[in-house]
Design a protein around this ligand. Structure first.
Ligand SMILES: Cc1cc2nc3c(=O)[nH]c(=O)nc-3n(C[C@H](O)[C@H](O)[C@H](O)COP(=O)(O)OP(=O)(O)OC[C@H]3O[C@@H](n4cnc5c(N)ncnc54)[C@H](O)[C@@H]3O)c2cc1C
Length: 202
């Protein structure tokens, strides 16, 4: 197989991975006075768009893929969560806020998505980036049914299930409460202690 590139060159390849849909259309905001780039619009924790001086514009909110906001569960790192459910939930939060509703607390929904790929159901909660360790908490990778739990600096940050989504809500609760990793007393089908592995994601 050969990939022909726009510059006229070609690359021999055994496998081609196609990626699409990750480019934000932010160019129309040029001259708006808002802080943005090709990676998204900078927002405060509630989704108010920030002006270039870093001050929130209380009349403008962003939600979904385009909104980069300091997520309370992830050290207030400014991130954009690219999941369908998040776009809906953050849009509802932004809409209520702009309508004058005062939310009890900042938007902090746990990132979550599921996807069906080649007959396999993959479900994920939290964000795996920055993980320094992981463990297979349920199932068996060789059998293709398992749940991997990810840790960072001794805290649970994400879980990914492959055809094993039944257990995911319990781990979502641990991640939402920033529980210690490895979890103490968590339900698992392991006979002995959990085996801690390198995450491969650092
Ligand atoms: C291939 C692919 C597979 C995915 N699979 C999953 C999955 O399995 N699970 C999951 O949770 N998420 C998945 N996602 C991510 C999910 O689709 C996005 O997180 C979600 O659609 C984000 O919603 P949004 O409203 O923020 O943005 P979008 O859905 O991108 O909507 C933005 C809209 O704004 C319009 N627009 C852009 N510029 C302008 C302009 N200047 N004026 C007017 N309109 C404009 C665009 O045309 C578009 O309709 C997938 C994404 C892709 C690309």
């Amino acid at each position: 197989m050969r990939a022909h590139l726009a510059d006229g060159t070609a690359i021999e390849a055994d496998v081609a991975v196609t990626a699409l849909g990750a480019v934000r259309n932010t160019e129309w905001l040029a001259g708006s006075g808002l802080s943005f780039d090709a990676g998204g619009v900078d927002c405060d924790v509630d989704g108010h768009a920030l002006e270039v001086d870093g001050q929130p514009d209380l009349a403008i909110a962003a939600a979904g893929d385009v909104a980069r906001f300091p997520h309370p569960l992830y050290g207030r790192r400014r991130i954009a969560v690219e999941h369908w459910g998040h776009a809906v939930a953050q849009g509802v939060h932004a809409g209520r806020m702009l309508a004058g509703d005062k939310p009890d607390r900042s938007y902090a929904a746990l990132p979550a998505f599921w996807s069906g790929q080649a007959g396999v159901t993959i479900k994920s909660v939290g964000l795996t980036d920055g993980a320094d360790s992981m463990t297979i908490a349920h199932g068996d990778t060789a059998a293709g049914r398992f749940l991997a739990l990810y840790g960072r600096a001794g805290r649970c940050i994400a879980a990914v299930s492959v055809d094993c989504g039944r257990w995911l809500p319990a781990y979502a609760a641990l991640i939402a409460e920033n529980a210690p990793f490895p979890p103490k007393g968590a339900a698992t089908d392991r006979a002995g202690p959990l085996k801690i592995l390198a995450s491969g994601l650092t």
